[in-house]
Ligand binder design. Sequence first.
Ligand code: ATP
Length: 445
Amino acid sequence: MRLSVSPGVQGSTRSIPLKPSFSTVPDTHRKQAAQQHPAQLSGCAFYYAQAYHLVGGRLGWWIERVSTRCSAVRRSPSAAISAPTTCTPVLDSARHTTAVRPPVPLISQPPLLLVEHLSRCYGGGAAAVDGVSFSLAKGELLALLGPSGCGKTTTLRLIAGFERADQGVVRLNGQEITHRPPEQRGFGLVFQDYALFPHLTVAANVGFGLHRLPRGQARVRVEEMLALVGLAHLGKRYPHELSGGQQQRVALARTLAPAPALVLLDEPFSNLDAAMRVQMRQEVRQLFHQTNTAAILVTHDQEEAMVMADRLALMERGRLVQIGQADAIYRQPATAFVANFLGRANVLEGQAHGERVDTILGDLPLLKPAQGYTQVAVRPEQIRLVADPAAAATVEVREFRGHDQLYRVRLGDEALTVITPAQPCLAEGCRVQLQVQDRVVALAA
Ligand code: ATP
């Protein structure tokens, strides 16, 4: 995550053709914002600057530059050092065929958004985003998931128009928008800092993007949105009088008020505590489904992604390695990286012969036939432990976790992870047989 420049509101693309205007900002603040370096801006001035950016004002490029600079400073030096020195933005889509499913919308409608071979390379380093392709159906919620530095935010910024694509195409409803400025894309944006206007009431914040509607209609829309996020009674409060979760709901209401076709969310819950995150992800999912709004959510939290999204898109080093529904990816991870990123997996070497594979855990059935050397993923909960003093495997570690137990079991050179129900308990040092339930998945190299 890094500093972002836009609060969660944008011009509309659907029923209400709205766009927030910097002209609603008092002159004194406008001048202050326009004359100062963004790093010196604080309080209202910074928020006005953000608002101005929304409508494509001159401050836009300028705040973007500061944003870029700030993010560069915040990047870990190790990421920079470990990056390969060559840049290979050109993509051979054939390279992805083993792991990446063709972009298929969830519902059989023309996609709302189509991203094809999108690439972005910064200053001669490795590509931050490398040939990413996917589609998004109307009303669908897609989570971009992956470890820090894998290119999630850059992908989102390319779609939003804050970054220039080196290669690739972005289409909205069939129309190419690859080089369209952000304020002309009509996307709603929600970032981790909410970017509420501190001097405006909750209702005024939500109505910020509705100034082109007749006043009465705007008021009704604000009331509807506040009711939708459960804050109808708090319209007169100011942001500092709200909890973090309430502020996040105001930001969402403001984003959804102009009825954008697509909302982009970058780690929107990272400022909330654990309990509030759990509550908010359910609420937000419902909110988007209720309003039939499509969204792309960037997160590195796999649980959040699985709970919220209709589909997950897993990224690794700039590439999209697998896309699909969470349970399908969990059951059939394409690579060892995916198997370990989404849940836990024991990745074993094996020799496949059709529908079976020889491994250290014996001759196991395969989910899909394979031949020759392969790696297979065995989920910890797929393994059953049976106490047997004559067995070759030994329980090295047992962690009791309430509803289940996690074991580390040594078998030759392999240290295997096994998760079993809370009973029966096998003591550390106990000899055990490992019995694999269900079929296992052969992974792509
Ligand atoms: P995180 O979860 O930590 O936010 P991410 O998956 O969103 O990470 P990005 O922010 O998209 O990752 O960054 C992808 C890669 O591009 C990283 O190696 C990062 O250092 C690099 N990068 C991103 N923005 C810039 C920039 N403006 N200049 C140079 N390198 C950049």
